[in-house]
Design a protein around this ligand. Structure first.
Ligand code: ADP
Ligand code: MG
Length: 703
């Protein structure tokens, strides 16, 4: 160990958290801040000014010179515009650092070039940012000094959400309100709030910086666009949970330290299935904070990797043929009094409440399987979902053997008597056995798995923001709770009504339960028989956002307006087209300037050899065969490259965003594949010395 780290001391060091506020704020102001944080509402300007000053003083003491409203535009990453604390020098020419309440609470970044999907015509291009008080401000250090980051929501002049945080916060309110109705029905009167909690496990790859810089595809597209498989992949299963290599271990130590200082509870770390693939899991926390923290995790991973002369690849599929990266989104809902509604509990009453919650979630996921799938869609994830070692693009719920058995009995007989390891209950339902993770939860092929006291949504892509998936999850479950509460509140006999409702929902939505192997072809056929949607790509999933069903759902709970949904659909098409266009151009560049010239030179070497051997009167069958085989593929590359140029030009000329995205998917991607195939074959037959870019073997094993 080269340095000792006192985790308790450094944890949260760079966060202006509640303890620091309490220490630095007058009592009444701190009380006001706490109330607004817990119950919502707006801070008075007096309080805002005091908080701003305290926050600024703390930031400046810790080296900050600038502040920024840190927000999450629809690009899926974060944005910031730095403003210095400095003001006009006074008469004596002395500079005073200042930061007002107004600046803290509301910002007006000139951020008109962020995608808005038509929501913001240029004449009202103004976007505003507002402090999300539930997520604490923090200090971020980088080459340009220390910056105070204030987590904010970003919205338009007319109040439309231009970001991912605003709808997420709205969805949290919706689920809280509806979940409380369920709690009240079961006699809980003291909970004031129900909070979705999220733990996002983050997968990533590391690659040596020197090698990375020799690959235009990694630099521009974040993934390899060419590359023959390495002789060794992940088939030995020796990387998963294997010993962490020194260089990676040093990276992880620094990463943890940085994250702890930022109040991120980085907890577990291990190697993942593919070579050079790793995972970091934080301890779960409130949904919006977990979302902010996941952004911080991704940013910090990239920054710390650079400090270790490596690069962090967050793309869902950096390398063809090996495991891709995802983000397991662990989700549960807990009251402010600490009751996890996804905990089966030990008493009959708790058990029934749990079964109702489960029935509602089954209903929500089945009814909105398309939306949930959409929420995990992004260009990169298209390479992962449905491919080996990643959940399929079909949504289903995994419950584990015991719980599936309970559902089955409830559906068949209306009661669950003969429970595996369970006692007996009065209301026709036996006491549920302890569902703490059993061996069956190791079903890694399920996109949505119940794991003891939470659901694990495994479809989410590694580079994606978790705001979208959680907004959708909160919304669909809020709706199911709302429907159930409407019925149960009006029922004359609650016990009977809840019993009937559980049975009804479980029967109606049983088809969404699947405990088998999600990677198998049989499941694809079986799911089709069950009528479950199988939406293969991001482009095809986009329009689910604006279906009548979706608009009704999101408008009912004030989460997205129709216009906001339309803008998001539009942005998906634009982002998709832009991404594929960059990939296509990068391939054309690499093929035309690196691979083809290198292979042309190689054919010359081979030809010279053939000629001189021929002159020497030697048998030239092998050399000639090689030359022919290389030339054939070279010609194929040349043709495919010309074709890709052509198709990409056509794509760029399409005006309609949706049409364009479909064209990129249906025409440009196949043209890219047609160029890659002969190139990868060439890589395997030409002299290693000749190949102009680092190989998969080097990229994955030289970390
Ligand atoms: P694994 O899925 O690898 O078995 P764990 O189950 O220990 O790992 O935890 C995975 C993630 O789920 C962690 O981020 C953890 O904090 C989070 N998690 C654990 N309990 C809950 C919960 N009740 N709600 C939300 N997330 C949770
Ligand atoms: Mg997991």
């Amino acid at each position: 160990m080269n340095k000792m780290m006192n985790v308790e001391e450094i944890f949260g060091q760079n966060v202006f958290d509640l303890p620091k506020m309490q220490e630095r704020l007058p009592e009444d102001i701190f009380a006001e801040v706490s109330t607004v944080m817990q119950q919502g509402g707006v801070l008075s300007m007096t309080a805002a000014n005091v908080v701003a000053k305290a926050m600024k003083d703390w930031a400046v003491e810790n080296g900050a010179t600038h502040f920024t409203h840190w927000f999450q535009p629809l690009t899926g990453i974060t944005a910031e515009k730095h403003d210095a604390f400095i003001t006009h020098p006074n008469e004596d020419g002395k500079m005073i650092m200042e930061f007002s309440g107004k600046e803290l609470i509301k910002g007006e970044p000139d951020a008109s070039s962020f995608p808005s999907g038509g929501l913001r015509a240029t004449f009202e291009a103004r976007g505003y940012t507002a402090w999300d008080m539930t997520s604490p401000a923090f200090l971020k250090g980088s080459a340009n000094g220390v910056v105070l980051c204030i987590p904010t929501a970003f919205y338009s002049y007319t109040g439309e959400a231009l970001d991912k945080k605003t709808p997420l916060l709205r969805s949290m309110e919706a689920i809280s309100k509806q979940a409380l109705r369920i709690m009240r029905l079961f006699g809980n009167d003291d909970a004031m709030k129900v909070i979705p909690s999220v733990g996002a496990e983050q997968e990533y790859f590391l690659v040596d910086e020197g090698l990375y810089k020799q690959r235009a595809d990694l630099m521009f597209a974040g993934r390899t666009l060419f590359g023959a498989p390495a002789p060794k992949g992940q088939e030995m299963e020796d990387h998963y949970f294997g010993v962490i290599r020194e260089r990676v271990a040093a990276f992880m130590a620094d990463l943890n330290e940085e994250l702890w200082k930022l109040g991120v509870t980085a907890k577990t770390q291990h190697n993942e299935a593919a070579p050079a693939q790793h995972e970091l899991a934080p301890i779960y926390e409130t949904c919006n904070i977990a979302t902010d923290h996941n952004q911080i995790v991704m940013e910090t991973m990239k920054r710390v990797a650079t400090q270790h002369s490596m690069r962090c690849l967050l793309h869902e599929k950096p390398y063809a043929g090996v495991n891709g990266s995802g983000k397991h989104n662990n989700w549960s809902i807990t009251t402010d009094t600490g009751i996890n509604m996804l905990d089966p509990g030990d008493t009959p009453n708790e058990n029934i409440q749990f079964l109702l919650v489960l029935a509602c979630i089954m209903r929500a996921v089945d009814k909105h399987a398309d939306l949930l799938r959409q929420s995990a869609a992004d260009v990169g994830n298209d390479h992962r979902l449905g491919a080996d070692e990643a959940p399929p693009a079909i949504i289903s719920i995994f419950l584990g053997e015991q719980l599936e058995d309970v559902v089955k009995q409830l559906v068949e007989t209306g009661a669950a008597e003969s429970l595996k390891e369970g006692g007996t209950l009065e209301t026709g339902v036996s006491t549920l056995p302890d569902f703490e993770k059993d061996a069956t939860d190791r079903n890694r092929t399920s996109p949505f798995a119940f794991t003891g006291n939470k659901f694990e949504f495994r479809m989410v892509g590694s580079s994606d923001s978790i705001a979208g998936p959680n907004t959708t999850l909160n919304a669909i479950v809020a709706q199911a709770f709302c429907e159930a509460a409407d019925r149960l509140e009006a029922a004359p006999n609650f016990d009977l009504a809840v019993h009937d409702l559980i049975k009804e929902y479980m029967s109606e939505h049983q088809r969404i339960i699947f405990n088998g192997n999600g990677y198998s072809d049989e499941w694809v056929r079986e799911a089709e028989k069950r009528g479950l949607p199988n939406i293969r790509t991001t482009v095809e999933a986009a329009s689910t956002l604006t279906s009548d069903k979706s608009v009704e759902l999101f408008e009912q709970f004030g989460i997205y307006t129709k216009a906001e949904l339309e803008s998001r659909e539009e942005i998906i098409y634009e982002t998709y087209s832009k991404t594929i266009n960059i990939e296509a151009l990068t391939m054309i560049d690499m093929a035309g300037k690196q691979i083809i010239p290198a292979v042309v030179k190689y054919t010359k070497t081979l030809a010279d050899m053939v000629n001189s051997l021929h002159d020497a009167g030697v048998d030239i069958t092998v050399q000639k065969g090689m030359l022919e085989s290389v030339s054939k593929r070279l010609a194929a590359m040349q043709t495919a490259c010309a074709n890709l140029k052509d198709v990409d030009r056509k794509a760029r000329n399409i005006k309609n965003a949706k049409e364009q995205a479909f064209f990129y998917m249906n025409e440009v991607i196949p043209a890219m594949e047609a160029l890659r195939a002969p190139a990868d074959e060439l890589e395997m037959i030409v002299d290693k010395e000749v190949w102009p870019i680092p190989t998969y073997g080097e990229l994955m094993f030289e970390v």
